[in-house]
Ligand binder design. Structure first.
Ligand code: CMP
Length: 336
């Protein structure tokens, strides 16, 4: 146990020193001197937790803290907290709670109203039968929380008919409140993910001039329909003769278009996969990434949906598809 604590605290100490050292690089402390930035970070919540996480190693090695004392257990909790602070999921959860705070607090108020009313009513019915468990409203609150959260330990149960009736209502309300809470958080998470995807797409779209030239209003419409996909080298994105369900814009990297007779390279700003959507025919070529590549995917249903809204984009895509088709026809005619 002692050795483990010292090793873990040693790792955290190294991380703490590295973070202090790198603090001036953070955009949050832009414009500050190196020392001021480091001091600011050291005084931040993350800095203070980081410091507290390394304290036990010194305390244990100097013998002022026993390895399995209550204090060392608290430090274990701190370590978990420290891991949580840097986990992206915690940041997302924080943003979801901040975004949904108004709705969440309304549900919380409903929860408190039901809880206090139920505890008060059950106290009225049960106080003479079970004075220890329901003798006061605060005592009855424990039963209320256990029932309303649908935990149901069963350590305290109402004995009177009135108490049981209130218990039944509280159980149903508990399910409703939990369902509301779950719904709000689930919607919040999916909204947050949608927003992040939108920003990711926006970031990549700026590298495809053909799309950025469309103007801000049209651009914001198309950004909502694109999906970012990252591919390592030598991955087949599209296979010849397979049905086409999407077209792709290249925002980073390069792909090789493997045609029956030759091959062509397409780089940043280019696009492919449009012919199968326009002609409603199978893919005319196999397309493989030649380096790490980021593609913006426009699914067929969205392509057809924007065709009427953004004719300039579809016209540009059609023009290039015509050129490619005639190039391919010429190549196949010229072939022996
Ligand atoms: P699609 O047929 O859907 O799938 C293969 C894609 O390769 C095709 O759409 C075009 O986007 C692309 N492609 C076909 N021929 C050429 C060419 N001559 N030059 C560049 N790209 C091409």
């Amino acid at each position: 146990m002692t050795a483990t604590i010292v090793i873990v605290a040693g790792i955290f100490l190294a991380e703490y020193v590295a973070r202090i050292w790198a603090a001036p690089e953070s955009a949050r402390y832009a414009g500050m001197t190196d020392t001021a930035a480091r001091l600011r970070w050291a005084c931040s919540i993350s800095g203070l937790i980081g410091l507290l996480a390394v304290v036990p190693a010194f305390a244990i090695t100097t013998g002022s803290l026993r390895a399995n004392s209550d204090a060392s257990v608290i430090f274990c909790i701190l370590w978990i907290l420290k891991l949580g602070i840097h986990a992206p999921a915690m940041a997302t959860l924080g943003r979801v709670i901040a975004n949904e705070r108004a709705t969440l607090s309304s549900v919380l108020i409903i929860f408190i109203i039901i809880l206090v009313s139920a505890a008060t009513a059950t106290h009225m019915f049960e106080r003479h039968v079970q004075p220890e468990q329901f003798g006061s409203i605060p005592a009855a609150l424990w039963w209320g929380v256990v029932t309303l959260t649908t935990t149901g330990y069963g350590d305290v149960i109402p004995h009177t008919v009135g108490g049981k009736m209130i218990g039944s209502v509280v159980m149903v309300c508990g399910i409703l409140v939990l369902a509301l809470m779950t719904g709000i958080l689930a919607t919040g998470f999916s909204e947050e993910e949608r927003r992040r995807e939108y920003l990711r797409v926006w970031d990549q779209v700026t590298k495809v001039p053909m799309v950025t030239e469309l103007g801000t209003v049209t651009l914001s419409e198309i950004v909502g329909k694109l999906r970012v996909r990252h591919y390592p080298p030598r991955i087949v994105v599209v296979r010849r003769d397979e049905p086409g369900d999407a077209m792709f814009f290249i925002s980073e990297g390069e792909v090789e278009v493997r045609l029956p007779r030759d091959s062509v390279k397409l780089g940043q700003g280019g696009f492919f996969g449009e012919m199968a959507l326009l002609d409603r025919l199978p893919r005319s070529a196999t397309i493989v990434t030649t380096q790490p590549t980021t593609l913006l995917v426009l699914y067929a249903s969205d392509f057809y949906a924007i065709a009427s809204h953004i004719p300039s984009l579809v016209a540009a895509v059609e023009k290039e598809a015509r050129r490619r088709r005639s190039e391919n026809d010429d190549a196949s005619k010229g072939a022996p």
